[in-house]
Ligand binder design. Structure first.
Ligand code: PLP
Length: 371
């Protein structure tokens, strides 16, 4: 069978001509070359279109974390799955729930796009929305507290805990194998960081073949992951108000913080010029990957991971009225990042780069079990 539903796939496997189950449609996503206007003529980057998965990039960890929890006996047949998600992992878990036969509850907050809430509900997941943010940890901490509350009420329930579960990062080994086969060689990887899962997992996989791979992390202005103070964030997917253990700080050569208006500019440019676009993380990653294509020597092979497609962002990123209200339009096009020497040198409010990456909590070097 193309995909054993109980054993994780370690390597690249082409999609079957006819899938017998929706889980068999996950992976083997296409790559699109993106050049101008992000890079000068002849330069560009390879965008890995994870929006081609049935739900998005998190179909991979959704299936893998649940499969592994079942294998270890942490998740017993038919028991409920409860997780905090801004949407993408919720879609992956809905797929895993359907595949393995578990009811799924996705804890989210009022910032979740209505279309995602509707879609999750249509796919059979229960959506539990927290009403108020946590005082310090924001919406994310409020969602995590709610998950803890639900788990205490349902003794056999399982929470994958995507922020700290090493299976999240390990789920991206096949993505690394796909990229290696599709591109032949990868010099630079540009990846958004939320839980840290896909940047850690893809990098660990790629470095087995390309040890000199340079990883560029893309975070949101106002995110705490790389040592900036927490601030309200419009962007979802990338960024965090906690410090997830899956972030492999040592793997990063540099980090870029991107602001919401800059991501919107890039999303809209991508849509117009390349048809393939996506949400906040796609825009932010495209902006930074285009910069890398200008900055590094000609011939440097750059891969950029686009986690999802544009559809769930039609009422935000692609809605003129909403963007005007949020003052995201009409700014000059972002050209170059500002530079800071240390992650906490000052509070950043626009696209900014730092090439000294360290864990702001000073945790140990080996994490996520993916080295
Ligand atoms: C759309 C989107 N982009 C990027 C990310 C960040 O990916 P990761 O959690 O693997 O760091 C997420 C995570 O939820 C996401 O949903």
């Amino acid at each position: 069978m193309h995909l054993s539903l109980l054993e994780p796939r370690g390597d690249r496997t082409p999609l079957p001509a006819i899938a017998r189950r929706p889980a068999q449609l996950v992976g083997d996503t296409p790559v699109l070359w993106v050049g101008e206007p992000f890079a000068p003529p002849g330069r560009g980057f390879h965008a890995k279109l994870e929006g081609a998965n049935p739900g998005g990039i998190k179909d991979r960890p959704g299936l893998h974390m649940v499969g592994e929890a079942r294998r270890r006996g942490e998740l017993v047949p038919g028991a409920p799955i409860v997780e905090s998600s801004s949407g993408t992992l919720g879609l992956g878990l809905a797929l895993a729930g359907l595949t393995y036969g578990h009811p799924v509850t996705v804890v989210t907050d009022p910032g979740a796009e209505l279309s995602v809430v509707r879609l999750l509900t249509a796919l059979g997941a229960r959506v539990d929305q927290v009403p108020v943010p946590h005082r310090e940890g924001g919406w994310q901490q409020a969602r995590r507290d709610r998950v803890a509350e639900l788990l205490a009420r349902m003794p056999d329930a399982y929470c994958p805990d995507q922020y700290h579960n090493p299976d999240n990062a390990a789920a991206y080994r096949p993505l690394a194998a796909e990229l290696a086969a599709q591109l032949g060689h990868v010099d630079v990887l540009v990846a958004a960081v939320g839980t840290g899962g896909h940047s850690a997992g893809v990098t660990a996989g790629l470095r087995e073949s390309f040890p000199g791979l340079r990883l560029i992390g893309v975070d949101a202005v106002g995110s705490t992951i790389f040592g900036q103070p927490a601030a309200p964030r419009l962007m979802r997917g990338l960024g965090s108000s906690i410090h997830p253990a899956n972030v492999d700080y040592e793997a990063f050569a540099e980090v870029h913080w991107v602001a919401a208006d800059e991501a919107v500019w890039a999303c809209r440019r991508l849509a117009r010029r390349h048809y393939a676009s996506g949400g906040w993380s796609v825009g932010a990653v495209a902006l930074v990957a285009g910069w890398a294509a200008r900055e590094f020597p000609a011939g440097t092979r750059i891969a950029a991971i686009f986690p999802d497609g544009p559809h769930r962002y039609l009422e935000t990123v692609y809605n003129d009225a909403w963007c005007h209200e949020q003052r995201l339009l009409g700014r000059p096009a972002p050209q170059e990042p500002d530079e800071i020497a240390e992650q906490d040198e000052r509070v950043v409010t626009r696209w900014t780069r730092c090439s000294r990456v360290r864990d702001p909590l000073g945790r140990g070097a080996t994490r996520a079990g993916v080295r």
